[in-house]
Design a protein around this ligand. Sequence first.
Ligand code: SF4
Length: 751
Amino acid sequence: MPPTERVVTRTCPLCEATCGLRITLRANGDATRAVKVAGDPGDVFSKGFICPKGAALGALHHDPDRLTRPRIREGDAWREVGWDEAFAYIDAKLRPILADGDRDALAAYAGNPNVHTLAGMIYGPALRRSLGTRNLYSASTVDQMPRHVASGWMYGDPDRIPVPDLDRTDLLYIFGANPAVSNGSLATAPDWPGRIRAIRERGGRVVVFDPRRTATAGLADAHHAIRPGTDAALMLSMARVLFEAGRVGLGRLADITKGVDAIRGVICGGPGDFAPERIGPVCGIAPDDIRRLALDLADAPRAAVYGRIGTQAARFGTLAAWTVDLLGLLTGHLDTPGGAMFPRALHERPVHGRGRGFRVGRRHGRVAGDPEVRGELPAVRLADEITTPGPGRIRALFVVAGNPVLSVPGGDRLDAALAQLELMVAVDPYLNATTRRAHVILPPPGPLHRPHYDLAFYTLSVRDVARFSPPALPWAGPSEAGILARLTLLVLGMGPKADPALVEQQIVGHLLGKAAADPASPAHGRDPRAMAAQLRGESGPERVLDALIRTGPRGEGFGADPDGWTLARLAAAPGGVDFGPLAPRLPASLATPDGLIDAFPDAIRGDLPRLRAWLADPPDGLLLIGRRHLRSNNSWLHNVPKLARGRDRFTLRIHPADAAARGVADGAAVRLSARSDAEAAVQATAQVTDEVMRGVVSLPHGWGHAVEGSGLSVASKVGGPNVNRVTQPVVDPLSGNAALNGVPVEVRPIG
Ligand code: SF4
């Protein structure tokens, strides 16, 4: 039979932009391969946009290094086994640990890809809950936890995150983000470059604040080089300008906001503190520019402030996330068209206008005493919690789609700590720097084998949209949901033969039970069992998604609204459904106990003295920041040849004056070390460029794959320095997030 071809549409699962793809599948005998991936012009959101990562989805799916069968480590060797043997092996290793009765001996680390799969979002939390441990970790604390914490304190819900209304704004301030290459984060929008150009074409302005003249800065009207770690101070200085100029106006939010007068009292109390003359020299921006930037924000009819990883994965990450929203609030742009707005996802849970509010610190880390935040402890503490003796020491670790040896500060220490575990289970398709330490690797199916719907990113989308993609290719092995369900049952002590369907029943029962009891749900008062019987879908994740959509704000409510949405109705629209631009949502979607926006939460107020102390004696010398590349996404795409190659992928960028002062030539080998620990060092190649401001060096994260025992044939040859040997376990105390940016370092030539 000659080969046959068919085209399927599906949403790209590789980054937060959620572009629609058209994938050409060629069947040749028993094998079907994705031979072409293009942007889908019929997609309601991306309208044909695609980036090089999306175009490589087929290569990623068919990567010959991808594991397809479980494997057990025996010494330094791996043995492929069947699924039943793998789960029986885990059960046997787990039982003595469970028998000791110390649930804190169990731990889990979830990597970033979890938020890109339905199973990771639905079954991952079930596994984590079932562990019954305080030792839960994830990539969130090396990424965006400050944003959640700021939202939690201000709006009562850590997932209530305002996004810039890119398509209607006249003025966009971007702090510490490079969406022209990252394609956006915590603000889902395909084709950020096109949307930025559109702002300028309609007469608007875009201003970038970044220590580096990024690709995004190249698209903007203005770029302000800002010293790392000073974003919160700069924005507070702008807030002070607004107060002193009498330009604070909250608009319709004035009646539902508390704390504004208290902020005025704190930041306008005297001539020092956040006055532009004082803050300007620290952050590197002229005082007159600070005043003009603040007043421009107040003058603009529609303006949005957006801040991301450069500001949040930093020492004052939560303060920075708070000040981003504060500027929008004080200038009347929060929750208004063209400002920063709150999406309304198809699967969203009912909102009530008030709630129980946000809490942290219900448990604390054993070694460093950090409070839990969203149920998690800081990822930088994982190594210490494994190696420090005593009750509660981690003995068994489940790593799901994560590579913390490369992603978390102190990667070497963590690598050594993993070797002390009695059991490490990795759910991962690759043998990489982290999973090589596992006792068992359980590979999930590839991206084209899975159903897809972006539970995380439709809550962050700059338009209210939704798309569902069924699996593009069949898969005979266990699904990702099935793997996570079986692990859940093992840690509950139910053994390797327990039926994974029990986990789906538990998830569905809980979800529908809450919906039935909630007067704000369209399914209020209905029988959960009868509702469960109506769910449709080919797999557990799909049926849970059906339940979420039916009980969501536009759902059919199991008969309550015959015109409402179900998964089947969404699936019938392969290019997706556009529900339109974002609409104002406050106060209805607040979850604070008093139903008010808290403009000046106590936790924030309590952290300001730390910022003041730092401003009084800011670090001099070189500060390290990260960097993104269009063909990279953390550590997990470096085994695809066309995404891994290219010039300058992991050079250390350094300003000419800083290079000259250290005798560093362009292209020379250099040693980059932490100033607080000279042993924490890597070798890199210098790239001398005035793209970075003076006093700043930039090295991307996610590299360092050349480790013994890696099964990544492409990435391990490419290698690269693991920047997390240099970054230190310093956290933003409000969120537990690692301070990956603004790390004091030194650079010297080698040889
Ligand atoms: S921008 Fe993101 S979602 Fe869009 S094609 Fe690229 S990787 Fe995929």
